[in-house]
Design a protein around this ligand. Structure first.
Ligand code: DP6
Length: 335
């Protein structure tokens, strides 16, 4: 064994979204984004690099060549999931001069993989941390954020806890996340999950199609710059109302670009719409609650931590059959 390390990372939910790449290989986004890292939704990953003497010899039998392995929640993975992880490990191997090695990767999520909540953000943040450490690289948090970005854009934000800003940048060096001071706010997210029927389109494919075909895309990118400015101001002044308004509007804007893509992309289910309306209703009754949605039918509700439990109860009552979980601000990557 050349090296072994383990790390955990929490998922994050974007309040101002990342949707669209300027560079697909380096995963440079078209706009900056802002997120909240969440406790209770995390991935723990172990990585072991092994020497492969057999791979260098003239091994003719393909079955004898050692390859990377991946298990998620105890289940061995092949196909796309393994290819994506292997591709990411190649970046780590080339940074560390470990080209001749293979890796065994084992990963566990606190929510079942496939429930629509296990996110690529926590997965690639934990993988970047464990793999870089196992490879003998001691990266600074910023370097780790840049590396995690290469696996999945949103993962660069899960390197840090609390409120996190991802600066779009113009190059590998300038596109990284950093924590911002959120001490004037006490935020929580209520995740409202909807039973999923159809297999959703991956966010990666969906964002590519949106950038390529939606006539609203450029306008949305322009509005993101303004949303970032307002959201940063809201955080600085501790103005939850303003942050909530920006969050809900930004998410609606992103979904409008998807709905106007060709062919259109619609992640919403009837229950998603019922939840969006319930959130409006709760707000009309005087409680601060604002919705946001990602590449799936679940709705996340931004609230003050003090209101989280009552908003969760209220949502269960207003939308029968939905499942809710409450998440406080989460932590930076842990080794
Ligand atoms: C809607 O980070 O999953 O959640 O970079 O292609 O891996 P890739 O995409 P990913 O996209 C996240 C999109 C989003 C918004 C966000 O988290 O900012």
């Amino acid at each position: 064994c050349v090296g072994f390390a383990a790390a955990s990372a929490d998922a994050n939910i974007a309040l101002v979204k990342y949707w669209g790449k300027a560079d697909e290989r380096l995963i440079l986004p078209r706009s900056s984004s802002l997120s909240l890292t969440l406790d209770g939704l995390s991935t723990r990953t172990e990585v072991r690099f092994l020497e492969t003497p057999g791979n260098d010899a003239q091994v003719k039998d393909d079955d004898l060549v050692m390859r990377d392995t991946l298990t998620i929640d105890g289940k061995p993975q092949s196909g796309r999931a393994l290819e994506r992880v292997s591709g990411f490990l190649d970046i780590v191997r080339s940074m560390a001069g470990l080209e001749g090695t293979v890796a065994n990767v084992a990963s566990w999520n606190t929510v079942p993989y496939g429930a629509g909540l296990a996110s690529s953000a926590s997965a690639f943040a934990a993988l970047a941390a464990a793999a870089s450490r196992a490879a003998g690289l001691w990266l600074s948090p910023r370097e780790l954020s840049r590396l995690a970005r290469r696996g999945s854009g949103s993962a660069c934000r899960s390197v840090f806890g609390g409120l996190v800003r991802w600066n779009a940048g113009v190059s590998d060096e300038t596109s990284y996340a950093e924590p911002i001071d959120g001490s004037k706010l006490n935020l929580a997210i209520v995740v409202v999950s909807v039973s999923e029927g159809v297999k959703p389109l991956s966010s990666r494919e969906a964002m590519e199609r949106t950038v390529a075909t939606s006539p609203l895309y450029d306008a949305w990118i322009r509005s993101c710059a303004k949303d970032m400015e307002e959201a940063m101001k809201a955080v600085e002044y501790g103005d939850l109302e303003l942050l909530g308004r920006v969050t809900e509007a930004n998410s609606m804007g992103m979904h409008s670009t998807m709905m106007t893509a060709r062919p259109p992309i619609l992640y919403w289910l009837p229950q998603s719409v019922a939840i969006l309306r319930a959130v409006q209703g709760i707000r009309a009754d005087g409680v601060g609650a604002w919705s946001t949605m990602d590449a799936g039918p679940n709705v996340k509700v931004l609230v003050d931590a003090g209101d989280a439990l009552s908003v969760a109860d209220e949502l269960k009552e207003r939308v029968p059959g939905c499942k809710v979980s409450v998440h406080m601000s989460g932590h930076a990557v842990r080794f």
